[in-house]
Ligand binder design. Structure first.
Ligand code: NAD
Ligand code: ZN
Length: 353
């Protein structure tokens, strides 16, 4: 089979590989549509998870099942499925402890394009099919369904990590597709005011549609000064970090009220330390919590988020700014994600109708 792989840090291309084997609990699927992620860019060009050779990239897709193992109960060939970017081993101790995304070790629930071949391939392997796949609701287009692999669950996890409550003022740092879903999730959770950090007109327009009311640019001075000016010096109740680098934590702590919470879902692709400002962290006693996490994957999460989209409560379509037709455009879509032209939010490649 053909797959689009990271050959080594900074180099990628199409390669031939054997089709993966299907274990008793597993499924083999073929993509119906795939999406490119900023994480693919961090992995391939920044070497953020280290060197990988001939590893097929990609972890966002919607797919059709082509084969299932002898012990799979709920899926069969021909089923159209939602596929989470994170596919935990549900019988692991980490999953039993409530941290399925770290099953097998830190971040090890993230298998596609990390520990094994990803989904930019004619066929790909899904471990624990009954625990990780979900049927694609019939009224969700496969292109939109790709947003359920990673963008919706990650953006919403930022909302969970920041513990957004009714009436909260929430700052969302970074309004790429993940941050946009954090805006949407914070709005659904009852935030009274959402301040978004970002300037690209397509993202600002989408963020407004998802519920952000105030906008600031990190290019116009420090985020914290602008937030404090907008909030009468009080700061915000919650901060969700979905963009920027290690330096954003300093701003997040400074912009937060005592007792506030930070939910980070940003992938810190470079740097060694995250600096926490001592005085604004209440000299260690400010009750300013900093949480950071990998999105939860798995079937239940996919079914619930799929139900939100299917019921018309969440429209993911505004995230999809570019749609390509056919594998031959995959590389173009990937390079677009790296180069981030102004009108880009998320590129998706349709494989078939
Ligand atoms: P993106 O690059 O499209 O969006 C990030 C946005 O942040 C961009 O618009 C950028 O202009 C903006 N930005 C850059 N510097 C900034 C700063 N200093 N302050 C504020 N904004 C700044 O990326 P995305 O696809 O939306 O993903 C966001 C992050 O989430 C990425 O790092 C991605 O790798 C990560 N991610 C994490 C998980 C997870 O499970 N935790 C899953 C998927 C993606
Ligand atoms: Zn992703």
């Amino acid at each position: 089979m053909k797959g689009y792989a990271m050959l080594k840090i900074g180099e990628s291309g199409w390669i031939e590989k054997d089709r993966p084997e299907c274990g008793p609990l597993d499924a083999i699927c073929k993509p119906l549509a795939v999406a490119i992620c900023t994480s693919d860019v961090h992995t391939l060009w920044e070497g953020a998870i280290g060197e990988r050779h001939n590893m097929i990239l990609g972890h966002e897709c919607c797919a059709e099942v082509v084969e299932v193992g002898s012990l799979v109960k709920d899926f069969k060939p021909g089923d159209r499925v939602l596929v989470p970017a994170i596919t935990p081993d549900w019988n692991s101790l980490e999953a039993q402890a409530g941290y399925s995304m770290h099953s097998g070790g830190m971040l090890a629930g993230w298998k596609f394009s990390n520990f094994k071949d990803g989904v930019f391939s004619e066929f790909f392997h899904v471990n624990d099919a009954d625990g990780n796949l979900a049927l694609l609701p019939s009224n969700i287009d496969p292109v939109d369904a790709c947003m359920l692999s990673d963008m919706v669950p990650t953006g919403f996890h930022g909302v969970e990590l920041a513990d957004v409550q009714f009436g909260d003022t929430v700052l969302v740092i970074g309004i790429g597709p993940v941050g946009l879903m954090s805006v949407a999730g914070a709005n659904m959770r009852g935030a009274s005011r959402i301040i978004a950090v970002g300037t690209r007109p397509v993202c600002v327009e989408a963020a407004r549609g998802y519920g952000a009311v105030d906008f600031i640019s990190y290019k116009d001075g420090s985020i914290e000064d602008q937030v404090l000016a907008m909030t009468g010096g009080k700061g915000v109740d919650k901060v969700i970090v979905a963009g920027g680098g290690c330096e954003t934590f300093e701003s997040a702590v400074k912009a937060l009220k005592p007792g506030g919470k930070i939910g980070n879902v940003n992938y810190l692709g470079s740097g060694t330390y995250v600096n926490i400002p001592r005085a604004e962290w209440g000299v260690g006693m400010g009750h300013k919590q900093i949480n950071g996490g990998l999105m939860p994957g798995g079937r239940l999460r996919m079914e619930k988020l799929g139900a939100l989209v299917s019921a018309g409560k969440l429209d993911v379509h505004p995230l999809v700014s570019h749609v390509f037709d056919g594998w031959e455009h995959l590389e173009e879509a990937l390079f677009l994600m790296r180069d981030k032209p102004k009108d880009l939010i998320k590129p998706v490649v349709k494989i078939e109708d």
